[in-house]
Design a protein. Sequence first.
Length: 159
Amino acid sequence: MKKILMAAALLLSVVTMVGCFGKSKENPLINGVIGEWHLTKSPLLTDDTAEIIDVYIEFKSDSTFDLYQKDLTSPLYYKHYSGTYLISDSVITGKYSDGKSWGAVNGYNASINMAGQLTLTNVDLTDDISVYEKKTIPADVKASATRSAAVEDNSHRFL
């Protein structure tokens, strides 16, 4: 009887340990970035450029994104880019639908503060910091957007 109780206790402790260790901690950043965001701060966003630089991004739960940014050659319109993203620890990386990586090849350190701002810091260039605030992408932005050509140069993309 003593051996049976001992075996039962051992089995219960093994099951308990597996249950505790088997659960992976979910990265809160993954769910935190899902939604629509508007660029509010960037090294390129100044009083002089505010009329021509405007960027919105939507991170979707299926690890895809849609980016809308003013067309720098014709700032009355927005360009639409799409692609996929991946979050590992606090780093977010992405590729456009044409296969090109975001401007930060090694990704962005991402954080969301208590005010709900998403800060993206280029892993390789730490003074390249962009701040986004949760904001619904206006219907007129989506309506005026033209889908970008796959061969377009990365130099005009904001991510």
